[in-house]
Every structure is written in C-alpha cells, then in structure tokens.
Design a protein around this ligand. Structure first.
Ligand code: MRU
Length: 356
C-alpha cells in the first residue's frame, strides 16, 4: 500500500540548499565533495541519515538538527507491527549518537519525541512526524531571516565595511539562508558590505570549500584567507565585525563553535573589532551553566594528517583534533537570536532573553 506523504513547500526554498524533503525520502547534498562536485544522496532510513551526519555529508548545527528530524520521519515510514513506536525511539537514539556538540541535534530530536508521544497509530506517526520535521525546517529559515534583521539594527556603521567569518554558517549549514552568513547576505543586499574575509577553517575547510562557494554563487565579494592570516587582516582596520555562528550557547553566554573561533575572538578584542555570534534559539542550552560543561567532539587524526587521501604529515604522527572550541562570553560583544539580542552577554542577559 502506498503511504501518504507530506512534502516541503516548494515556495520556501531560498536558492542554495543542503537538503530536500520529498515526503518519502530525504536528499542531502554531499558537502564533502563541494566545491568540485554537486552530488545528491538519497536517504530512506534514519540509519542512513545518522551516518551522513557522522560522516559530514551534512553539517552545521541547524542543518544537523533538521536532517535528524527528517531521519525520524523516515523511521516512522518503516515502523510497523506491535512495537512500531519503540522502533522510532530506537531511531531517535541512533540519531542522537551521531555527533555530540551541536545542541540543535538534541533539541530537534526532543521535539520529534514529543510529537511521537501524540501519535496513537503508526499511520498517524507517518504524517505527524513529517509535519513536525517540516515545521522545524521552516522555523529555522524564518529564524535566519529575523536574525539578519536584528543583526543589521545592531551594526551602526554608516559606510560599507568589511567583515570576517569562520567556518560555514550559510544555507548549507541551516534550513536555508544562514545564520552569520545570513547576516552577511543581508548586509550585501542592503548595500552595507564592502568585503567578506573567509577563514579557510582547517581541517575540514568549510570556509574555502563551502563559504567561498556559497558567496561566489550569490555574487557577494569574498576573499579567502588562511586561518593564520586573520590577525594581519584585522590589523589593517577595514574589518569592523567578526561574525560567526554557534553550536551551543550556555546559560552564561559562552559559545561553542568551530575550532579557531576562540582565537579569532581574542584577535578581535586585541584589534578593537567587534565580535558577533548569530544563532537560533535552538542553539541555546540553558541547562549548562558554562562552556566548561560542553562535550567537545574530537575527530580522527587522519583529518589533520591528510587531505582527500594525500598525506600532509609524517605517517602515524600524534594529532590533537578537537573540532570545536569555547569562546568565553567576555570576549563576545553581542549574541543575536531570532527572539532578540544580548549585548555583552552574561548569565543575567541570557536569562532575560530566555524568559522574555
Ligand atoms: O563541524 P561542522 O561543520 O558541523 O561545524 C559547523 C560550525 O561550527 C558552525 O559554525 C555552526 O554549526 C553554526 S552553523 C549555522
């Protein structure tokens, strides 16, 4: 019997996208192959989605959460028999084990678990869980658009200025448009952007492979730089804001983001360049009092020793490869969310934002 399905509304697409939901399958753009090849993978199971998250086919905190939600919707389509709900819960557990740092993953799975509790039959779950995943996806796009407006209101510069960003926080890392890159997109649309400097972002090169690709597709002026060049770029004085995303923000305003963000925040403070973190509410983790408690993912040393199978270091050399770091709230000028901004973040400001 053909199962009914719910599709993602076509009109919500905003150009470049990382994922497409077709009601009975999820398609993910394989971000490991960009910018050389644009290959779409078709997934029909939660296990397949979990593997794609773990292996970085899809990455970026919001995109991980949204894909996982679609993974749960796919699990519902395969859940039959007396234990149908337990099999969906097993899928939620498997997805939760894919990557540890981005809280958006657990936030989205929590919403999917709540939606599952409302379902009395497997047929109801097929529709309800697809609707819940689409809602998460649509809400993320809306959040990005709203955050961009809030961020522009914070930046008071009259004439066009340059910004520097790290990793990829664009359409590829989100439901569409982007967090920090959404702000940059909006600055460009408003005629207020002079130039984007994009850190290449070792070792996965999200900056050179993904951010430069996204910005060039949209004709936004981008200059690529090695991570080590950030200090001398900031010293030149053209960059007024460093704008980054986040994987988890704790109750005191500490931010976990791509490795290298912390050093960038120190550089920004030294050069009197302002430092903005842009992230949706789904990135807030008010259960943790500070960044010290965030579990930082460490990935295999091969990612540093090699690039696409080519050795860059002596075989077997010891490698330390944490893929996120913690930027203390004291180094951040403003955190922008869709529900408002927190200037000079601290526990009080975060609590006010959360409770309002
Ligand atoms: O390892 P990744 O590519 O998933 O890391 C991505 C980042 O650190 C991003 O800056 C963060 O997730 C925000 S994306 C809007």
């Amino acid at each position: 019997m053909t199962q009914p399905h719910v599709e993602f509304p076509e009109h919500r697409s905003l150009g470049t996208v990382a994922m497409q939901w077709h009601g009975n399958r999820l398609e993910l753009l394989d971000q490991r192959l960009l910018p050389n090849e644009e290959v779409w993978l078709t997934l029909d199971s939660a296990s397949g989605v979990a593997t794609c998250i773990r292996d970085m086919v899809v990455r970026g905190a919001p995109a991980i959460g949204i894909s996982a939600a679609y993974g749960v919707a796919l699990a519902a389509r395969q859940a039959t028999g007396e234990h149908w709900a337990l099999s969906i819960e097993a899928a939620i557990k498997e997805l939760a084990e894919s990557r540890p740092t981005a809280v958006n993953l657990f936030w989205a799975l929590n919403l999917m678990q709540k939606a599952l509790f409302e379902c009395r039959t497997p047929e109801a779950a097929v529709l309800r869980l697809a609707e819940a995943a689409i809602r998460i996806h649509e809400d993320d796009i809306n959040a990005n658009l709203t955050m961009a407006e809030h961020a522009l209101a914070v930046m008071e510069e009259d004439s066009p200025f340059s910004v520097l960003t790290h990793c990829n926080t664009g359409a590829l890392a989100t439901g569409g448009y982007g967090t920090a890159l959404g702000v940059i997109r909006r600055l460009h649309e408003a005629g207020r952007l002079r130039q984007v400097y994009a850190d290449e972002t070792r070792p996965w090169l999200q900056g050179s492979r993904l951010t430069a690709w996204e910005l060039m597709r949209d004709n936004i002026p981008v200059t690529l730089n090695t991570d080590g060049a950030a200090a001398c770029i900031l010293a030149q004085g053209h960059v007024k804001w460093v704008i980054v995303g986040a994987d988890r923000i704790t109750a005191n305003g500490d931010v976990a983001n791509k490795i290298g963000t912390y050093s960038l925040a120190i550089l920004a403070r030294h050069h009197k360049v302002r430092f903005m973190v842009v992230a949706p509410f789904s990135t807030l983790d008010m259960s943790l009092s500070s960044g010290q408690s965030i579990l930082i993912e460490e990935r295999d040393g091969t990612e540093v020793r090699e690039i696409r199978g080519h050795a860059l270091a002596p075989e077997g050399v010891e490698v330390f490869n944490p893929v996120f770091d913690i930027t203390p709230a004291a180094l951040i000028d403003v955190i922008v969310t869709e529900r408002g901004v927190v200037r000079n973040p601290c526990a009080t400001g975060m609590k006010t934002l959360f409770e309002d």
